[in-house]
Design a protein around this ligand. Structure first.
Ligand code: BES
Ligand code: ZN
Ligand code: ZN
Length: 465
């Protein structure tokens, strides 16, 4: 992974190229105070301070200064320096005024590329663009946030052929051995007996890519228990209810929820949040084969109810159901799950906004506030009780799909809710884990959406003092 630590440097009065940030209000007064050559150059470039991310280089002998447009100079967004970080030459830079604060994230991620499959590592050969920041104490946290995002991106971008349930297990074990935590993996007969829904969804790939439940535990026994659950469908063909080619094309990202969950777990441990963490990753491949589960199959869930498989493509809620049951058995203070659960959430909210569901208003409000605070937007959707009855089956206790084609993300969330223990606070993020089109600091491909919002909520819910 990118060595983010070399890209943020504490201010020791070192030599650095100044970056002037302007917005549409401050540009004119700022420009007036510049030397005539600067003004002429900016005019020649039709640089008017109105186009966010636009920048220009102002020559200073053999070197240069930078001017860049941001939306609001008084409230820097996490991404306002990303385009600069992507574009500028190697060297050390420093804001002409003030500290970068939140904007360090975009500076770091603007220099992260998933290049594992490029024979020429052009971006890495280009050399680092370092940013001087006065807030030395915050550097470590900024780096960890960037690492978490980069981890999600890299896991999601890795092709399914190289990232199956086994490699997801490696990713969890990697976090555990790096930071010190316990890992338990349930597979084979134990999975069939203990987690029948996970085993059913994974049955089609049992030979090559065996399904498993991966659990990680960390923290002091007396701290409040928090369970983080991730949908780890390493590839979603749809199963026998096969997806069309267009729908299948990016389904390597169907483990995006797991990637978010693993990254949050790493953050929680690295920041030593005073919680007793329980990470649960339901890792499967939803494949087509003679061993695959079928439409009409009925599976007894870990919790007890029999689930009729209406559609093998609604596999995420099945694997999550058993994982949520397991999480609930420990009676945690809070469960948060991440899942690329429905196309319907994307239809409703588009590419930028994870759909957030919560069974307590206070929790939802806290997540919304945290999302605003860290500029990681999401949108609450309702767990609309009257829709719950549509999950009925003719012959089993429930079906994995509603008997109508509307509000798909709500039905999916209501299905999950059936498996969350009584009176346990629970939030569910139906996230895309993908970025398209690209934005500065956020290339097309895997991306973390909702990760920083949930982590910020956890920090304010559990931080001591
Ligand atoms: N992994 C998909 C959901 C998905 C599709 C997320 C496209 C992002 C983009 C999920 O397993 C799925 O296929 N869901 C179905 C459910 C339906 C069969 C009830 C869906 O959303 O169409
Ligand atoms: Zn599916
Ligand atoms: Zn899926």
């Amino acid at each position: 992974m990118t060595d983010f630590a070399s890209l943020l440097v504490p201010d020791r009065g070192q030599k650095a190229r100044p970056i002037h940030l302007v917005d549409k209000h401050s540009f004119e007064p700022w420009a007036k105070k510049r030397p005539a050559e600067d003004r002429a150059l900016l005019e020649a470039h039709r640089f008017d301070g109105k186009t966010a991310f636009a920048f220009a280089l102002l020559p200073r002998g053999s070197d240069f200064e930078v001017v860049s447009v941001v939306e609001n100079v008084d409230a820097l967004s996490p991404w306002c320096l990303a385009k600069l970080a992507e574009s500028l030459a190697e060297g050390t830079y420093k804001l002409a005024k003030g500290d970068p604060g939140k904007a360090t994230l975009g500076w770091l991620l603007g220099q992260h590329r998933f290049d594992a499959y490029r024979s020429k590592k052009e971006d890495r050969e280009r050399g680092p663009r370092a940013l001087v920041t006065g807030e030395a104490a915050k550097i470590d946290s900024a780096i960890r946030l960037a690492e978490a995002t980069a981890l999600v991106r890299d896991l999601v971008d890795t092709p399914a052929a190289d990232l199956g349930p086994e490699q997801l297990e490696h990713a969890v074990r990697g976090v555990a051995s790096e930071l010190g935590a316990q890992v338990k993996v349930t597979s084979d007969e134990d999975l069939k007996n203990g987690y029948p829904l996970i085993a059913a969804v994974g049955a089609g790939a049992i030979e090559a890519r065996a399904p498993r439940l991966i659990e990680l535990e960390w923290g002091k026994p007396d701290d409040p228990r928090v369970a983080i659950v991730g949908k780890g469908v390493c590839f979603d063909t749809g199963g026998l209810d096969l997806k069309p080619a267009s729908g299948m094309r990016i389904m390597k990202k169907d483990m995006g929820g797991a990637a978010h969950a693993i990254a949050i777990a790493r953050l929680i441990i690295a920041e030593r949040l005073p919680v007793r963490l329980h990470l649960l990753i339901a890792a499967v491949e939803n494949a087509v084969s003679g061993a695959a589960y079928r439409p009409g199959d009925i599976v007894k869930s870990r919790k007890g109810p029999f689930v009729e498989v209406d559609n093998t493509d609604a596999e995420g809620r099945l694997v999550l159901a058993d994982a949520l049951t397991r999480a609930s058995e420990e009676r945690p203070d809070l469960i948060v799950d991440f899942a690329t659960l429905t196309g319907a959430a994307r239809v409703a909210l588009g590419p930028d906004l994870p759909a957030m569901f919560a069974n307590e208003d206070d929790l939802a409000t806290a997540i919304e506030a945290a999302a605003r605070e860290v500029d990681d937007p999401l949108w609450r959707m309702p767990l609309w009780d009257p829709y719950d009855e549509a999950l009925k089956s003719n012959i089993a206790d429930l079906a994995n799909m509603a008997n109508n084609a509307m509000a798909g993300c709500i039905y999916a969330a209501l299905f999950l809710r059936r498996f969350v223990g009584e009176k346990i606070a629970w939030a569910h993020l139906d996230t895309w884990a993908w970025r398209d089109p690209a934005k500065p600091g956020r290339p097309k491909g895997g991306d973390a959406l909702g990760l920083r919002a949930i982590f910020a909520m956890l920090q304010s819910r559990y931080s001591r003092g």
